[in-house]
Ligand binder design. Structure first.
Ligand code: HAM
Length: 420
């Protein structure tokens, strides 16, 4: 019988790398906790219409990449391709926008699913840490989120990233721009797919990576020239707040995100060591999304940071995170009686908050000491029948090699002192 592999575009997280991943998720979330964001979890699948209406029928995410399926009961569901629509759905369902003060600030950490062509940095299951601030229109909120993401990346030691910033306008000025851009695009020689995109989602054409298309786009109308006074003033305030906070950014008038719900502020964090999948995070304002999914008007802003790509970025910058040892103490019993006693000692240490492990499987001294070394523990606890007869265990410092006898009943106190 053949063995199984993880499905295409997915990978397993194994020790010791998995410990780094946990630490990265925690570091990305830490600034949010300090800024009043509360943790939220939503199901990994939702009504498919939540995404088609929210993220947008014309986006690649919905039209090509969604894991949609019909349940045995006939419900049309999809694995979530992103978190924003779900979080807003949950907030509306629980009436958080009515019971709490606005904005409702939420953060999440979870896997997302997109049927994309897998490559380095692009997976079919990937992990995001995200934040959404629901129900307030305030440039300080947009700036807060961008600053928090910047803080999060910096706290991990990342430096070679840039923030791209743009405004996509609002329901007043964007339609005017959209029409002007469409008019311009109709005059170009584009392939069938792109012509279709120009009709459905013309702003996405600006994002086309092909040089042949980009060459034709020279002279295309720019959104910045079409922004209404309100949008211009709003964007200027976001820019000022970022500058005052010492957060550098680049104005990118062509930044168009791959989701349809954005209005006004949009941004992306790009890392220069990642090749084509360079966006480590992104987000923006989505003032119309609530109404698009049947809720009241709730202007909101948020972002999601890609955990997988953040890890690749750390690797690219050579930021080394020392893996935490799996335990502080590793017990090596010599003989049956010692096994029982050390098993008890290990249990006692753990209950006192000292991480401890034991050589299982009846290993001999040599194999057991090797296991102790491999575990990364600072101390080995060795005991044979003779030590135990005297109520002792041998405490071996695995860094220096020093070995000292310790009374069994003083073990917890001694180790706590040494591990301080
Ligand atoms: P997004 O730009 O689609 O935005 O995804 C955010 C981040 O998730 C990306 O910058 C990237 O780091 C990571 N990511 C996306 N797709 C993949 C993939 N296939 N493999 C690995 N990593 C990936 C959103 O999802 C929005 N919900 C963000 C947001 C929140 N906007 C407002 N609030």
């Amino acid at each position: 019988m053949s063995t199984f592999s993880a499905p295409k575009g997915t990978y397993d997280l194994l020790p010791p790398d998995s410990a780094t991943v946990l630490a990265v998720r925690e570091a990305l979330a830490a600034p949010l906790r300090r800024a009043g964001y509360g943790y939220i979890e939503t199901p990994v699948f939702e009504d498919v219409a939540l995404f088609s209406r929210g993220v947008g029928e014309s986006t690649d995410i919905v039209s090509k990449e969604m894991y949609a399926f019909t349940t045995r009961g006939g419900d049309e569901l999809a694995l979530r391709p992103e978190g924003t629509a779900s979080v807003l759905r949950a907030a509306l369902q629980a009436n958080l926008h009515r019971t709490g003060n606005l904005p409702v600030k939420l953060w999440y950490s979870g896997s997302q699913y997109r049927y994309e062509r897998p490559q380095k940095g692009r997976y079919r299951q990937f992990w995001q840490v995200g934040a959404e601030a629901i129900g307030a229109e305030d440039p300080a909120l947009d700036a807060e989120l961008i600053i928090l993401a910047d803080d999060a990346y910096r706290s991990l030691g990342l430096r070679n990233f840039r923030i791209l910033l743009n405004s996509l306008g609002d329901r007043q000025c964007r339609p005017v721009y959209r029409a002007a851009l469409q008019e311009f695009l109709r005059g170009l020689e584009l392939d069938e797919d792109t012509v279709r995109r120009a009709e459905l989602n013309p702003l996405r054409v600006l994002d086309d990576k092909r040089a042949s298309v980009q060459a034709q786009l020279v002279g295309a109308p720019m959104l910045a020239d079409y922004l209404c006074e309100d949008c211009k003033a709003y964007h200027e305030q976001v820019r000022e707040l970022l500058t005052a906070a010492g957060v550098g950014f680049e104005d990118d008038p062509k930044l168009v995100r791959g989701l349809d719900y954005y209005t006004r502020t949009t941004f992306e964090f790009v890392h220069d060591g990642l090749g084509s999948q360079s966006a480590v995070g992104g987000g923006g304002r989505y003032d119309g999304l609530s109404e698009m999914i049947g809720g009241p008007a709730l202007p909101s802003v948020g972002w999601a940071l890609g955990v997988d790509r953040t890890l690749l970025a750390l690797e690219a910058e050579g930021v080394v995170r020392e893996p935490a040892p799996s335990s502080d103490v590793f017990a090596v019993p010599l003989g049956e009686q010692a096994r029982k006693v050390l098993f008890g000692a290990v249990t006692g240490l753990r209950r006192e908050g000292v991480s401890a492990d034991l050589a299982y499987g009846g290993k001999g001294l040599k194999a057991a000491m090797k296991a102790a070394d491999r575990s990364g523990a600072r101390f080995a606890l060795v005991a044979g029948e003779r030590d135990l007869a005297e109520g002792l265990v041998q405490l071996k410092d695995l860094t220096s090699g020093d070995q000292t006898p310790v009374a069994l009943d003083a073990l917890v106190a001694t180790l706590k002192e040494k591990l301080k």
